[in-house]
Design a protein around this ligand. Structure first.
Ligand SMILES: *Cc1c(COP(=O)(O)O)cnc(C)c1O
Length: 379
C-alpha cells in the first residue's frame, strides 16, 4: 500500500508501467473460485497480455496454477524457463518438423487439424513414446480446430489416437462475452456431441467470459486470460482487480494564446488562452492516435492528482499535449507524473474511447515504459 512506484522510477524514466502481481494473483484466486471443481489454467499468450510472461508465471505458480497456454512455441519456452514442472500448451499451430523441439522442452501442442494430429502421431511413433497433446475441435467459430468431417475420420482411426496421448479435448467460444448470444449454447451442444464420438478424457471449453456462463461450460479445465489481467470479461460484469497502471511525465508546461494551433496538422485551434502540458508518451506506446482530439471533439483525458486534463490536438508518436488550464495551480509541472490508465481510467474504458477492445489496448501497451512490478512478495 505504502509503496509508491513513482518513487521507484528512474530519474530518466519518461513513462511508467506498474504491474500489480498481487492483483494478478487475487484475480486468479477469484476465477479459480468461480471455476468451482474445475482446474483453473492461465493463458499467457502475447507476453501475458503485455504484462510480462516471466513475472506473471512466477506469480501464478505461487498461487498454485499448474497449467499454462501460450500462443506460440517461443512463448511456451519462456513459460517453461519460469515453471519447470508446469503443463504447457501451445495454442496456435504445430508445424511439420517441430516435434523434437516440443518433446525436448516437454511442451504440448494443441493439435487443431487432422494433418497436425497425423504429424504428431508419426513423430511419437518414430520416437516410440506416446507424448501428450491437446486436440482442438471447431464447434462454430471457423477459426482453428477439427471440423465435423475430420472428427468423424479421427473417431474412425483408433490407431491414430493410440499413437500419442490425447490429454485434453478443447474448443473455443466465439461469443462468450455476450451471455445471451445463441451461439454459446449451439457451441456447447456441438462440443458435447463431438466429445461423445471420441474416447473419454479431460475437456476444456471456457475462456474468461466462458467461466461466467455457468458450470455447464466449465468441463475439467477453464482457460482464462483477459480477466486475470484486470479486463472486463463480459458485458455488464465488473472487472476484477486492475493489474496495470500507466503514467507518463510532463516534459514541459507552457501558455498558448487563443487562435494558435496545437500539434501536427494544426488540427486543433485554441479557443481560449490555454495552459498546455506536454507528456512523454504517444502512439508508439500504445496510446492510439484515434484517442487524440479530432473534428472538434475532445480527446481522451489523463489525470493529474485526480483532476482531468483532456488531450489537445493529435497524438504524436512520442508526445501528447494536454489542456491543464483548469487543473489547480502547481500540480501540472515539469517532471510531474500523469495517470493515463489507473484509478480513474480502466483499460476497457480507454479502449472503448479508441473504438477497440481492452485486449488490443493491453497487448499494445508500451514496451519502452519503465516497468515496475509490485506485489511479488505478497503471500
Ligand atoms: C486467448 C484464448 C483464451 C483466453 O481468452 P480470454 O478471453 O482472454 O480469457 C482461451 N482459449 C483460447 C483458445 C484462446 O485463444
Amino acid at each position: 500500500m505504502a509503496f509508491d512506484p513513482r518513487k521507484a522510477a528512474d530519474p530518466t524514466a519518461t513513462s511508467l508501467l506498474t504491474i500489480d502481481l498481487a492483483a494478478l494473483r487475487a484475480n486468479y484466486a477469484t476465477l479459480r473460485g468461480h471455476a468451482k471443481d474445475s482446474e483453473c489454467a492461465a493463458v499467457i499468450k502475447a507476453d501475458a497480455y503485455g504484462t510480462g510472461a516471466e513475472q506473471a508465471v512466477r506469480a501464478l505458480l505461487r498461487e498454485g496454477c499448474k497449467t499454462y497456454f501460450a500462443a506460440t512455441f517461443a512463448e511456451a519456452e519462456i513459460i517453461r524457463a519460469a515453471a519447470r514442472e508446469a503443463t504447457i500448451y501451445v495454442l496456435d499451430g504445430f508445424f511439420a518438423g517441430s516435434g523434437p523441439a516440443f518433446a525436448e522442452k516437454a511442451i504440448r501442442p494443441v493439435l487443431s487439424s487432422l494433418p497436425e494430429i497425423e504429424d504428431w502421431a508419426a513423430f511419437c511413433r518414430e520416437r516410440g513414446q506416446p507424448l501428450p497433446a491437446a486436440i482442438q475441435l471447431d464447434t462454430g467459430m471457423n477459426r482453428l480446430g477439427l471440423p465435423r468431417s475430420e472428427i468423424e475420420q479421427l473417431a474412425a482411426a483408433p490407431e491414430l489416437l493410440a499413437s500419442f496421448a490425447p490429454a485434453l479435448l478443447m474448443s473455443h467460444l466465439a461469443c462468450a462475452d455476450e451471455p445471451g448470444h445463441p451461439l454459446n449454447e449451439t457451441q456447447l451442444k456441438s462440443f458435447e456431441g463431438y466429445r461423445a464420438m471420441l474416447p473419454a478424457g479431460p475437456a476444456s471449453f471456457a475462456n474468461s467470459a466462458g467461466i461466467f456462463l455457468g458450470t455447464r461450460y466449465h468441463f475439467d479445465l477453464v482457460r482464462p486470460g483477459f480477466a486475470l489481467y484486470g479486463g472486463k470479461a463480459a458485458e455488464g460484469r465488473k472487472p476484477l482487480r486492475q493489474v496495470v497502471r500507466l503514467e507518463a511525465r510532463i516534459v514541459q508546461v507552457h501558455d498558448a494564446s487563443a487562435g494558435t494551433s496545437v500539434g501536427y496538422g494544426a488540427a486543433h485551434v485554441l479557443s481560449r488562452p490555454t495552459r498546455i502540458a506536454t507528456l512523454s508518451i504517444g502512439y508508439a506506446d500504445g496510446i492510439f492516435r484515434v484517442l487524440g482530439a479530432r473534428d472538434g471533439k475532445p480527446g481522451f483525458a489523463a489525470y493529474i492528482d485526480g483532476h482531468a486534463a483532456p488531450a489537445l490536438g493529435r497524438v504524436s508518436m512520442d508526445l501528447i499535449t494536454l489542456d491543464v488550464t483548469d487543473v489547480p495551480d502547481g500540480l501540472a509541472h515539469r517532471g510531474a507524473w500523469i495517470e493515463i490508465l489507473g484509478a480513474h481510467v480502466s483499460i476497457d474504458e480507454l479502449a472503448a474511447q479508441a473504438g477497440t477492445i481492452g485486449y488490443e489496448m493491453l497487448t499494445s501497451l508500451s514496451r519502452r515504459a519503465q516497468r515496475i512490478y509490485t506485489g511479488s512478495e505478497a503471500e
